[in-house]
Design a protein around this ligand. Structure first.
Ligand code: NI
Length: 267
């Protein structure tokens, strides 16, 4: 079994190939002497047997993570569960899944034919996040079902892999607030997600989040067809102590996360 560090390194490399802004921003922050800590890593999947969020979460439980609460996103037809590790320096793991029974019959059939067509290994390992999970989807299908669920189209195209890494803003020394970091990113030419405002959440909710907008990247579809589609985004999270105590809030705010999901939406 690979180590958690090896896994995060490999997942980061794969994620960067879909998120050209992430290594650029990391480079800019490192130039300022910042040491970057990951707040959380997020994955997207479908509620199909074997690859549902809890099955994927089991991979992290073997590494010592423990599942926390389940969050609901009724408008986007998603459920999510997050996992914390006893070592507070390790990123939280956030896994969402699309509830297929709440989608149209054609979309259900499409996802079943895409994700159900490839037999799963008997025992899921972290490899599932690091290599293609199924054959490339058809570009026409991607476009057709994008209109119903961007989440379904994204996950069908890219498979089960990291959707985003997140900079833990509290660990940055040269940015006094998330707003200051956002201003810096905008000045450096990055486009941030403005759905629900540049900063989602407030100190009274104990969590503020911003993210870049995903960029279009070339991607291979069925039959070797190459098209440019929306890849992944980079997120920034600032956490606040709960009710004046010392301990930082470790959870998520569904209302904010709901808007962050839109960072892969094409304008
Ligand atoms: Ni996130």
């Amino acid at each position: 079994m690979m180590s958690l560090t090896q896994f995060f390194d490999s997942a980061w490399d794969r994620y960067c190939s879909l998120t050209p802004d992430a290594p650029k921003i990391t480079g800019l922050l490192k130039e300022r002497g910042e040491n970057i800590i990951n707040d959380h890593i997020a994955f997207r999947t479908f509620n199909l047997p074997g690859i549902d969020r809890l099955s994927l979460g089991g991979i992290f439980e073997e590494w010592g993570y423990q599942s926390q609460e389940t969050l609901e996103f009724p408008e986007k037809k998603l459920l999510a569960t997050y996992y914390l590790h006893s070592n507070p320096d390790l990123p939280k793991i956030f896994i969402s899944e699309l509830l297929l029974q709440n989608c149209s019959q054609p979309l259900q059939r499409w996802i079943n034919s895409v994700a159900g067509g490839t037999p799963l290994p008997k025992k899921l390992t972290a490899e599932v996040f690091l290599k293609p999970n199924w054959n490339p989807v058809g570009y026409e299908d991607y476009i057709h079902f994008y209109a119903e669920s961007e989440y379904a189209a994204w996950t069908a195209a890219f498979g089960i892999q990291v959707n985003h890494f997140t900079v833990f803003v509290n660990s940055l020394r040269s940015f006094s607030s998330l707003q200051v970091l956002d201003d810096f990113l905008i000045q450096n030419g990055f486009t941030l997600n403005e759905s629900g405002g540049l900063i989602k959440g407030t100190p009274s909710e104990y969590l503020e989040q911003s993210s870049t907008m995903a960029r279009k990247i070339p991607w291979k579809f069925r039959g070797g067809v190459e098209k440019e589609i929306m890849g992944c985004y980079f997120e920034f999270a600032k956490r606040y102590p709960i009710r004046g105590g010392q301990k930082l809030f470790q959870g998520f705010v569904p209302k904010s996360a709901d808007k962050i999901f839109e960072s892969t939406f094409e304008k």
